[in-house]
Design a protein. Structure first.
Length: 325
């Protein structure tokens, strides 16, 4: 996939920066993620300096991204789900100004999009208390010490314990996967789509929409619209379900252990919506032998001719015959 040269910066403060990196990591179009400090008055602050609450800085993550592959609006969608936007005294177990949330915008376009996103969150009435997260002009950003970079990778156990103990996970589950969210999905999806994506249901083989469909296009998440698979990687597995040799974007598929059915398997979920889509097997085409067996009910097919109008024009290059010779 071609990388756009018009890269941009996005800067988000949301409490402890250890927890603000992983949700954006390895998403398509994310070039780099740096934990650091911003918004204060002192130069080159250290972790200890910021912790004194005298520098005016907040812990933040700065993202270099390709807006053609992952728009700023999608970054904002993720950001709101990482924080408590009603808390102006810190975030979760971390208290003080250095842990308060804020969106630091780098240009007028980002400011407008951030304001619209904030207003949409208010209008949703998802939170009873006022939305107090600030939208501020970007300020000098100072990278944190090496030990604080990619903490979820370098200290995975400590990260998991902190993430859970901080209360973030419980807060997210309460406010972003509650009763009203389920009601909205029930209205949006058919009974079968809901059963598959939310309850790990499985369609009957040979009796689903895409098992023998081989038109050119992209198969997207039925809920979020995220591009998951391409017709260029589809093959006839003889199983009666849609099968692919790889995802169109690795960062948009999440793999997890599945202990159901009396055997250990690898379940597949759409990373951003959390929708269950199918399983990964190792009896696919050479050389990787990967076999992503997917339920049609988890997908929406977007024909090649409609990709540009659906905001997925960047994937048209996948279907250029000369590029595959």
């Amino acid at each position: 996939m071609t990388i756009n040269n018009n890269l941009q910066l996005a800067t988000f403060a949301g409490g402890c920066f250890w927890c603000m990196v992983k949700p954006f990591d390895e998403l398509p179009g994310i070039i780099s993620l740096v934990s650091g400090y911003t918004g204060g008055h002192s130069k080159n602050p250290t972790y200890a300096d910021v912790g004194t609450e005298t520098t005016g800085h907040r812990e933040a993550v700065q993202i270099t991204f390709d807006p053609e592959r992952f728009p700023y609006e999608r970054l904002l969608d993720i950001y709101w789900q990482l924080i408590d936007p009603t808390d102006d005294g810190g975030q979760f177990m971390d208290r003080g100004r250095s842990y308060t949330a804020a969106i630091f915008v780098h240009n007028e376009e980002q400011r407008k999009k951030a304001e619209l996103s904030k207003e949409a969150l208010k209008a949703s009435k998802r939170f009873k208390d006022p939305i107090v997260t600030e939208i501020l002009p970007a300020a000098p950003f100072y990278p944190a010490e090496a030990e604080h970079q990619n903490y979820h990778r370098t200290h995975p156990l400590d990260y998991k314990l902190y993430q859970k103990g901080s209360g973030r996970d419980d807060f997210t589950a309460l406010h972003w996967n509650g009763r009203e969210d389920k009601k909205r999905l029930l209205k949006k999806l058919t009974a079968l789509q809901y059963e598959v994506t939310q309850n790990k249901g499985t369609e009957p083989p040979y009796q689903n929409e895409y098992w023998n469909h081989f038109g050119e296009g992209i198969y997207a998440d039925i809920i979020s619209g995220d591009p998951l698979f391409s017709s260029e990687d589809k093959f006839d597995s003889g199983t009666g379900w849609p099968s692919f040799s790889k995802p169109v974007e690795e960062g948009l598929i999440r793999k997890e252990a599945d202990y159901g059915g009396g055997e250990v398997r690898t379940a597949l979920r759409s990373r951003l919506s959390g929708a269950y889509v199918g399983h990964l097997f190792y009896d696919g085409p050479e050389p990787a032998k990967l076999h992503y067996r997917v339920n049609s009910a988890a997908l929406r097919f977007i024909p090649k001719a409609e990709l540009a109008g659906s905001g997925l024009g960047r994937y048209l290059e996948l279907f250029e015959r000369e590029s595959r010779i």
